[in-house]
Design a protein around this ligand. Structure first.
Ligand code: KIV
Length: 275
């Protein structure tokens, strides 16, 4: 069954946790979809995980459209949320609507995600008016890494906690259908979750959120760079891939691959008549 804004809201009401994971291509999206996740995030984290950038700032609209469309071809039931890249919505409400439209039309997303709280309420409102579902992203917002001075937990003191609560309420009021909270103290994220009627999805925000999101290379152990505290590695796929490729190298060098069953046959008489 296709996950939609309606089914995701119902999951919150029924305390059925929402599972979101990133994917950036057809094959991975198909695997995640068949595994049964509710929603796939085509995150601008593709800048780090797929394109090798040190942050998400260089990711373009064309990158997001290209990857989102591939994911949409692979996923049947998952609700696809595609990130609006840096400077595709910050510049004006008009740009926000135009670029959100492109992610839906060309990237075949089911919703767009943008980073920011109350400052972006007018942008969210305008996109929602164009019948495009919006997922807001508050707390640690990686596109603002330079303004934050690094990747840090947000909302720890009273003033910052109040601002996060206000941000969450502002994006809900503006019409967001979900809100991602990144690197927010667990007790604060739980309070916000209880106060909102839209689902909250946590990443480094504790188990009190309505759902969780992880970057797939993190949860499958495919990324051996810096590992944030909130990441749990559920399988060592990176190591399995290396082992598989090492066996391929060894058998190719030994000449045991390809074996007879991997080869196409020809009648000996054809070979004999060749010369
Ligand atoms: O881009 C991304 O993968 C994200 C998640 C970390 C929430 O925004």
């Amino acid at each position: 069954m296709k996950n939609t804004v309606i089914t995701l809201k119902k999951q919150k009401e029924e305390h059925d946790k929402i599972v979101m994971v990133t994917a950036y291509d057809y094959t991975t999206a198909k695997i995640m979809d068949e595994a049964g996740v509710n929603t796939i995030l085509v995150g601008d984290s593709l800048g780090n995980t797929m394109l090798g950038y040190e942050d998400t700032l260089s990711v373009t609209m064309e990158d997001m459209i290209h990857h989102s469309a591939a994911v949409a071809r692979g996923a049947k039931d998952a609700f696809i949320v595609t990130d609006m890249p840096f400077m595709s919505y910050q510049t004006s409400v008009y740009d926000a609507v135009v670029n959100a439209g492109r992610l839906m039309k060309e990237g075949r997303a089911n919703a767009v995600k943008l980073e920011g709280g109350m400052e972006f309420a007018p942008h969210i409102e305008a996109i929602v008016k164009a019948s495009i579902p919006v997922v807001a992203h508050i707390g640690l917002t990686p596109q603002s890494v330079n303004a934050f001075g690094g990747f840090k937990v947000q909302g720890k003191d009273l003033e910052a906690a109040k601002k996060l609560v206000a941000d969450a309420k502002a994006v809900e009021e503006a019409g967001a259908c979900m809100v991602v909270m990144e690197c927010v103290p667990a007790k604060l994220a739980k309070r916000i979750t209880e106060e909102l009627s839209i689902p909250t999805i946590g990443i480094g925000a504790g188990a009190g959120c309505d759902g969780q999101v992880l970057v797939y290379q993190d949860l499958l152990g495919m990324y051996d760079g810096m590992r944030p505290k909130f990441v749990k590695v559920f399988a060592n796929v990176g190591e399995m891939m290396k082992e598989g490729v090492r066996s391929y190298i060894q058998e190719t060098k030994e000449g045991t691959f390809p074996a007879e069953e991997h080869c196409f046959k020809i009648d000996d008489s054809v070979i004999e008549k060749l010369y």
